[in-house]
Write a protein that binds this ligand. Structure first.
Ligand code: CA
Length: 245
């Protein structure tokens, strides 16, 4: 079993009145959900995603399929809550995260994503983005119509193309990755990546070896840069045993 150490931080930011981000961080599962919709709908949607998917953390070992099923179940719960509120078209959330799963007889990472929250991997001082945003601007970047550095300031940067609370249910992206010694993952909402460039995130992850201090520093930096949105960061470290590569 992989031994992990982690820290998390979330903040309303400096502009919004409510924090509609939710997170789950436990033994084997770490996720961030960024809710959307008026009248506190975002908070309800992201909270449902965190608890519905988070409850599978109790099962051991976890498999990648468990995550896919849990995302589907969370989608159903959000749709149901929307029907009950009568404002179903406003109720939605992103969800992204990393979990330890059993695959091919080994403990491996499973990274999952719906929407434009992100998972990054930080190994040997290098930051790389694992997830691919489900957003209009990402589609423009992929098609070559927009440069990645322009995407952060594009007027439609907040438009997601996949989210939970959709009918038909969204297809979640899933990556199964082999652990490497010294692995560190960052799970975050766009309140972080909207304020900080990847190079700034990389620098803070290198500077703070303690995961809680790193998460706090990232949230602090996002607020110092403007704090235009709710901001959430989870930092997960693999502390042992060193995997055989
Ligand atoms: Ca957000």
């Amino acid at each position: 079993m992989l031994t992990l150490n982690w820290g998390s931080a979330t903040d309303v930011g400096r502009v919004r009145n409510q924090n509609e981000d939710s997170l789950w961080a436990s033994e084997s599962l770490f996720l961030v959900a960024d809710g959307m919709g008026g009248h506190a709908a975002g908070e309800v949607a992201s909270g449902l995603a965190a608890t519905e998917i988070g409850r599978i953390a109790e099962s051991s070992p976890l498999h990648a399929e468990d995550i896919t099923i849990a995302i589907w179940r969370a989608n159903e719960a959000i749709l149901r809550a929307g029907h009950e509120r009568g404002d179903r078209f406003g109720l939605g959330t992103t969800v992204t995260g990393v979990a330890v799963v059993s695959a091919e007889g080994d403990d491996q990472w499973a990274v999952f994503n719906v929407g434009d929250s992100r998972v990054y991997r930080f190994t040997e001082g290098q930051l790389s983005q694992v997830t691919v945003d489900h957003s209009e601007v990402q589609e423009l970047v992929t098609a070559g119509h927009l440069r990645p550095e322009e995407a952060r300031f594009h007027p439609r940067r907040n438009v997601v193309t996949r989210s939970l609370g959709s009918d038909p249910p969204p297809i979640a992206d899933l990556w199964v990755l082999r652990p490497r010694a010294g692995d560190r993952f960052l799970v975050c909402s766009d309140g972080l990546t909207g304020e900080l460039e990847d190079a700034e995130i990389e620098q803070l992850l290198a500077e703070f070896s303690d995961p809680q201090e790193a998460a706090d520093a990232l949230v602090r930096a996002a607020n110092a840069a403007g704090g235009h949105d709710n901001v959430t960061a989870i930092v997960v470290d693999l502390v042992g045993p060193d995997p055989i590569v």
